[in-house]
Design a protein around this ligand. Structure first.
Ligand code: MN3
Length: 199
């Protein structure tokens, strides 16, 4: 079924100066919109047209004959998840059950943060860093290009886009600065906590 491009869940200038209005305009209105539109074109008239996007992504992952549909579908889904992984006035540390589980599974929040930063910084080329629930345990993962944790049956709690288009206008080549800012100033722990509660 057609996937609808969701509006940004905040104003385009809401994450400024950490992520600028022009980054969000290009990223949402051009990049994300293009993935959605290409996915909808690709799925139209196929057997996948009746299925929600998450099921299509899982069904065609690893099928080289469906690589373009997978790439556009996964990127359509990943970006919606990424917008929700940030919020104005975000950053800091989680609380409640999520904080307890991060301490239990990583040792401390600082250890989680180091692992998450390393995942984002060491993803060679384009991709994503994730906090996921994997068989009941929190893990940090990274994926290349459009790949995401859904086909591995991991439950994504949070993601950070590390494609250059996510940060180049604001940070140029300094991906680690974007990653630090993401955790310090914009990450949406409420979203991660609600994903954990629903898992
Ligand atoms: Mn992107």
């Amino acid at each position: 079924m057609a996937y609808e491009l969701p509006p940004l869940p905040y104003a385009y200038d809401a994450l400024d100066p950490y992520i600028s209005k022009s980054t969000l305009e290009f990223h949402h209105d051009k990049h994300h919109a293009a993935y959605v539109s290409k996915y909808n074109d690709g799925v139209k008239g196929t057997d996948y047209d009746s299925k929600p996007i998450e099921e299509v992504i899982k069904a065609i992952a690893g099928d080289s004959s469906k690589q373009a549909l997978f790439n556009n579908g996964a990127q359509a889904w990943n970006h919606t998840f990424y917008w929700n992984s940030m919020k104005p006035g975000g950053g800091g540390t989680p609380s409640g059950d999520l904080a307890t589980k991060i301490d239990a599974d990583f040792g401390s929040f600082d250890k989680f943060a180091e692992e998450f930063k390393t995942a984002g910084a060491t993803q060679f080329g384009s991709g994503w860093a994730w906090l996921v629930l994997d068989n009941g345990t929190l893990k940090v993962t990274k994926t290349a290009n459009a790949d995401n944790p859904l086909p591995a049956n991991q439950v994504p709690l949070l993601t950070m886009d590390v494609w250059e288009h996510a940060y180049y206008l604001d940070y140029q080549n300094k991906r680690p600065d974007y990653i630090d800012t993401f955790l310090k100033n914009v990450v949406n722990w409420d979203f991660a906590a609600s994903n954990l509660a629903a898992a």
